[in-house]
Ligand binder design. Structure first.
Ligand SMILES: C[S@@+](CC[C@H](N)C(=O)[O-])C[C@H]1O[C@@H](n2cnc3c(N)ncnc32)[C@H](O)[C@@H]1O
Length: 200
């Protein structure tokens, strides 16, 4: 979307169970990495948290969680779901363009389907922002569209991801997989767990 604010209309107009990215349960790759002990515990940021499904899972699993999303409607849904799940989460209607946090606030940033919607001209600012808000030794877990979905401005190869993020992060294993999404369509993703380079 060329204007990030259009996302709110999307949540307003479509039931949650028809949204492609909304599985109605936490992302299996998040569950797997968390259970394997790969994620640093502490304060977590869910950037573009949407309706809060993964955000709530993190809160239920020992993280002190903040979620941000540009969609007021999504944040309202997430707040309601967090109350129903009886978890305390800081849910903010904010944009990733100006992350409203001090430097070094978070141990872990979870990104499912956020970076691949960042406009090309905003990518440098987004990546620097994620790096800035992470503590030294903090981790960023990116899940984004793969080139295997076909050519598009936001379908990435492993080499593109490396070239975009290597100034700021060291890389773990690249997971390259398909997923049956909430709208019944199979899509291809990369997931990569990155570690903050300690130059700030
Ligand atoms: C593909 S959805 C993923 C939602 C959530 N991560 C999930 O997995 O359920 C992309 C999300 O990015 C949010 N978004 C888009 N532009 C944004 C911006 N500038 N700042 C914060 N959130 C944004 C949308 O509102 C939407 O919730």
């Amino acid at each position: 979307m060329s204007d990030y604010r259009e996302w709110d209309q999307f949540y307003h107009d479509n039931p949650l169970d028809e949204l492609g990215w909304e599985l109605g349960k936490p992302r299996p790759v998040l569950v797997e990495y968390l259970q394997a002990g790969f994620l640093p515990k502490g304060r977590a940021l869910d950037v573009c948290c949407g309706a809060g499904t993964n955000t709530i899972y993190l809160a239920q699993n020992g993280f002190e969680v903040t979620g941000i999303d540009i969609s007021r409607t999504a944040i309202e849904i997430a707040k309601q779901k967090a109350a129903e799940a009886d978890v305390s989460i800081d849910l903010l209607n904010e944009s990733f363009i100006e992350l409203p946090f001090a430097s070094h606030e978070f141990d872990f940033v979870w990104d499912m389907g956020c970076f691949h919607h960042v406009e090309i001209q905003d990518r440098p600012r987004f990546i620097a922002g994620i790096h800035r808000v992470l503590k030294t030794g903090g981790a960023y877990m990116l899940t984004c569209f793969s080139y295997r979905n076909g050519r598009a401005w936001n379908h990435f190869t492993e080499q593109q991801i490396v070239s975009l993020f290597c100034r700021y992060f060291d890389f773990g294993e690249f997971r390259d997989y398909s997923s049956l999404e909430g709208d019944g369509v199979v899509r291809f993703f990369y997931t990569v767990l990155m570690k903050k380079k300690p130059f700030t």
